[in-house]
Ligand binder design. Structure first.
Ligand code: SF4
Length: 176
C-alpha cells in the first residue's frame, strides 16, 4: 500500500523543495512508499481530498495563503511544516517590523531604477504580518533548517509513514 503525499510551496524561496530533490537516487526508495498527488514538482492544479502527508514550505503572507493552508489542513491527515520559514516565518517575516506602506515604497519605488508605482490590482492583499503555519492551522510535525538537510526530510517522512505502512523500514534504509 502506498501513502498519498503532497508538497506545497507557500512564501519561501523553493530551497526546501530543492533540498528534497537533493536526495537524488534515494528518491527512488521514497517513490516505492508514496504516490505524489500534489506538488509544484508535478502538474496537478487542485489540492485533492484524503492526503496522508503534506509537507508545506514557506510562511503565510496573504489571505490567499491562509485560505489555501486551511483547505490543505482539511484534506490532510499529517501536516508537516518544512523549513524555518514555515516554522518561524524566517526570511519572509523580515517585513514584519515595518508598516506595509513602508514595505511597498521600499520594494516598488525606492529600490527600482525605472520610475514605478505601487501595484493596486492583480496582487493578493498582504496580511499585516507574515505568519508561521501553526499560527493559522494545527501542525503535526516540524522539520527545521534553512533548508532542512535532505536526510532530515527523508527521515521525517519515513517515520511518519511507518505509522501508516507497517513494512516501511524494509523498503527504505531511512529511519533505521
Ligand atoms: Fe528558503 Fe530557507 Fe525558507 Fe526553506 S526555510 S523556503 S530554504 S529561506
Amino acid at each position: 500500500m502506498k501513502a498519498r503525499l503532497a508538497t506545497v510551496w507557500l512564501q519561501g524561496c523553493s530551497g526546501c523543495h530543492m533540498s528534497l530533490l537533493d536526495l537524488d537516487a534515494r528518491i527512488i526508495e521514497i517513490a516505492q512508499l508514496v504516490d505524489v498527488v500534489y506538488s509544484p514538482l508535478v502538474d496537478i492544479k487542485e489540492f485533492p481530498e484524503d492526503v496522508d502527508v503534506t509537507f508545506v514550505e514557506g510562511a503565510v503572507n496573504t489571505a490567499e495563503d491562509a485560505a489555501r493552508l486551511k483547505r490543505i489542513r482539511e484534506c490532510t491527515h499529517v501536516l508537516v511544516a518544512l523549513g524555518d520559514c514555515a516554522i518561524t516565518g524566517n526570511v519572509p517575516s523580515m517585513r514584519n517590523p515595518f508598516d506595509l506602506q513602508q514595505v511597498f515604497r521600499r520594494a516598488y519605488i525606492e529600490n527600482v531604477a525605472q520610475p514605478s508605482q505601487i501595484p493596486n490590482e492583480f496582487i493578493p492583499p498582504l496580511l499585516p504580518r507574515v505568519l508561521p503555519l501553526h499560527a493559522v492551522v494545527h501542525v503535526d510535525a516540524f522539520v527545521p533548517g534553512c533548508p532542512p538537510p535532505p536526510e532530515a526530510i527523508a527521515l521525517a517522512l519515513t517515520e511518519i509513514l511507518a505509522a501508516r505502512i507497517p513494512d516501511v523500514h524494509q523498503v527504505t534504509r531511512f529511519g533505521k
